[in-house]
Write a protein that binds this ligand. Structure first.
Ligand SMILES: N[C@@H](CCC(=O)N[C@@H](CS)C(=O)NCC(=O)O)C(=O)O
Length: 230
C-alpha cells in the first residue's frame, strides 16, 4: 500500500500541481477522487477548507497545494524540485506566491466577470501578469526552457495547470497569449513533453466544459464563492 494518499479532483488545477509533483518524484500514491459537486460527508474531516488537494502521509495530513508540494519535496528529496541555494530558493517561493496571489486570481476573476468593463479590466491585469512572467521571470532567471534552466522545479509545476486551461479562457473571454511572450511559448513546449504532464493532461473541450459555470458566474463551489468576495 503506497505511503501517500491524495484526495484529488480530476478537473482541479491545484490538485494537478500535486499529482505532477508526485509523478515527477516517482512517489507511489493512492488517489482518492472527490466529486466536488457532491462531496462525501467525511470529506470535511479530511479537508478543513473543504478543498482538494489534501495528502496523508505517515500520520501527517497536509493541504494547500503549495504547502503540500514543499512537504513532498522535503520528505522525498529526490529529485530536488527547489533550488538548493537559499537565495534562489527564495526567488522560487516568490514566484509561487505570485502565482497564488496575483496570477490565478486574475485568471478566475476574468472568467467570473460578467460585465464588459470588468472583463476588460481583468484581461488587462492578466496580460500585465503574463508580460511580468515573461520579462521578470523567465527571461531574467535562466536561458530556459524551464524557470531555473534545464531542471524542472516546483515553479514550473505551479503555473502549468492554468496554461493547460488557457483554451477555456480563450474560448470564453478571447484572451490569447501576448505575441511578445516567446519564452513562455518555449517553456510551454518543453513542459508539455514531460511524461507527468502527458499522464495528467485533459483536452481543451474538457476544460471548456468544466469552466462553463465560472464563465456564466453560476459556479457554487467554495472556491468560486471566495473569489466573488473581492
Ligand atoms: N489554495 C488552495 C486552492 C484549492 C482549491 O481551490 N481547490 C478547489 C478545486 S480546484 C476546491 O477543492 N474547491 C472546493 C469547492 O469548490 O467547493 C490550494 O492551493 O490547494
Amino acid at each position: 500500500m503506497p505511503s501517500v494518499q491524495i484526495f484529488s479532483a480530476n478537473g482541479c488545477p491545484y490538485a494537478q500541481r500535486t499529482r505532477l509533483t508526485l509523478l515527477e518524484k516517482g512517489i507511489p500514491f493512492e488517489l482518492i477522487e472527490i466529486d466536488l459537486q457532491n462531496k462525501p460527508d467525511w470529506f470535511l474531516e479530511v479537508s478543513p477548507y473543504g478543498k482538494v488537494p489534501v495528502i496523508q502521509h505517515e500520520g501527517n495530513r497536509v493541504w494547500e497545494s503549495a504547502v503540500v508540494n514543499e512537504y513532498l519535496n522535503e520528505v522525498f528529496p529526490e529529485p530536488p524540485l527547489l533550488p538548493t541555494d537559499p537565495g534562489q530558493r527564495a526567488i522560487a517561493r516568490i514566484w509561487i506566491d505570485f502565482a497564488n496571489t496575483k496570477f490565478t486570481t486574475a485568471f478566475y476573476k476574468l472568467l467570473l466577470s460578467q460585465d464588459a468593463d470588468k472583463q476588460q479590466e481583468w484581461a488587462a491585469e492578466l496580460r500585465k501578469h503574463l508580460l511580468f512572467l515573461e520579462t521578470e521571470g523567465l527571461q531574467k532567471l535562466s536561458d530556459g526552457p524551464f524557470w531555473f534552466g534545464d531542471t524542472l522545479s516546483l515553479v514550473d509545476l505551479t503555473y502549468y495547470p492554468w496554461f493547460e486551461r488557457w483554451s477555456a479562457l480563450e474560448h470564453y473571454r478571447g484572451l490569447a497569449l501576448p505575441e511578445e511572450c516567446d519564452r513562455l511559448r518555449q517553456w510551454w513546449a518543453a513542459i508539455q513533453a514531460r511524461p507527468s504532464i502527458q499522464e495528467t493532461i485533459s483536452p481543451a473541450a474538457y476544460h471548456i466544459e468544466q469552466y462553463a459555470k465560472y464563465a456564466n458566474n453560476t459556479a457554487s463551489g467554495t472556491t468560486a464563492q471566495e473569489l466573488r468576495k473581492y
